[in-house]
Design a binder for this molecule. Structure first.
Ligand SMILES: Nc1ncnc2c1ncn2[C@@H]1O[C@H](COP(=O)(O)OP(=O)(O)OP(=O)(O)O)[C@@H](O)[C@H]1O
Ligand SMILES: [Mg+2]
Length: 305
């Protein structure tokens, strides 16, 4: 049964997408079967993994047809709101892109990560908030119902969330066994933690009430770390302090940690994303690859997998 992990932070630009893509890449390189779900209308992880060309081939921006997005996550939500079975359009076989990375490397199989699949997003997902206002029935459990149908096929299902706590983030969290909070170790990022944890806990409590299942904070992931900057060293200590406070007050799981493995700010990570590859494929011997390897080991230990 696949373990579902969401990468969540209300704060934008902290590395949710980059971390999700690189953790997915590393797990797939270790021969685990991984599905990445793009829950963000920015479609960043879709284009990161598919490459712009492939993305536009699949989702042609000039395509005006009304089911342009039927092979994306948005259709799962539309189908859930559709009463008539015959009008439901989501199709697993066409929507999930198998071995997404091996297909992006200039048509060759030079860097195959055969175990990495993707359910993409398009910008249409932005319309979801208006569409879903009148839909009241278990509106947080829509993605979970879809994930349950495919959970057996994967070891890990990783969800890249948008920088907000609206419908797709609630759905991702509700569908998850664990969540990871990527953050930059600076004041502006840390100051949003109480709001973030309080908002997420509301959904976690709903899941507990409805299903008696927990969603556990696997850890806070410090990203874009620069050891030369004192602000970052202090920031790392502040995150540990804040997390201790959350633990003591029962706001997060009593074992929730700041991952020992921090991801440093490296041009190799940026270049890999620009090459539409996880860094473990683009620069297998780089420090960044080592950092993600170490992180994955720690994640696996945390969730005993
Ligand atoms: N470890 C890293 N080293 C260097 N650059 C990084 C690293 N992690 C992320 N970045 C860069 O930081 C920027 C923000 O990263 P990313 O898009 O992953 O953040 P995000 O939290 O997903 O953003 P959003 O909130 O918009 O979804 C990107 O330009 C990315 O390439
Ligand atoms: Mg992102």
């Amino acid at each position: 049964m696949g373990v579902v992990i969401s990468f969540i932070n209300l704060k934008g630009g902290v590395g949710k997408t980059t971390c999700c893509a690189n953790v997915a890449g590393e797990l797939a390189r270790e021969n685990r079967k991984v599905l990445v779900i793009d829950a963000d209308p920015q479609a960043n992880i879709s284009t990161l993994l598919m490459g712009i060309k492939k993305y536009h081939e699949k989702f042609n921006p000039n395509n005006q047809s009304d089911d342009y997005y039927k092979d994306s996550i948005y259709q799962i939500f539309l189908d859930a709101m559709e009463e008539n079975e015959e009008n439901k359009k989501f199709n697993f076989d066409t929507a999930i892109i198998k071995s997404v990375v091996s297909k992006t490397v200039q048509g060759t199989e030079t860097h195959p990560l055969t175990h990495l699949d993707l359910l993409p997003a398009t910008h249409h997902l932005m319309q979801l908030e208006q569409k879903i206002v009148n839909y009241v029935r278990s509106r947080f459990a829509i993605l979970e119902r879809f994930i349950n149908l495919i959970k057996n096929e994967y070891d890990f299902i990783l969800i890249d969330c948008p920088p907000n706590i609206y419908t797709t983030t609630h759905n991702s969290l509700y569908a998850s066994d664990y969540y990871i909070i990527p953050t930059i170790p600076d004041y502006l990022s840390i100051s949003g933690f109480p709001l973030l944890i309080n908002s997420l806990n509301r959904t976690i409590d709903i899941k507990k009430e409805e299903k008696n299942e927990r969603v556990i904070l696997a850890g806070v992931l410090v990203n874009l770390m620069d050891m030369r900057i004192n602000v970052h060293k202090d920031g790392l200590e502040s995150i540990k302090r804040v997390l201790r406070y959350f633990r003591q007050n029962g706001l997060v799981d009593e074992n929730a940690v700041v991952f020992e493995s921090v991801i440093t700010n490296k041009v190799d990570v940026k270049n890999a994303s620009g090459n539409h590859l996880p860094v473990c494929v683009d620069k297998p011997r780089s420090n960044s690859t080592m950092e993600y390897m170490k992180l994955c080991k720690e994640i696996l230990e945390r969730i005993s997998k």
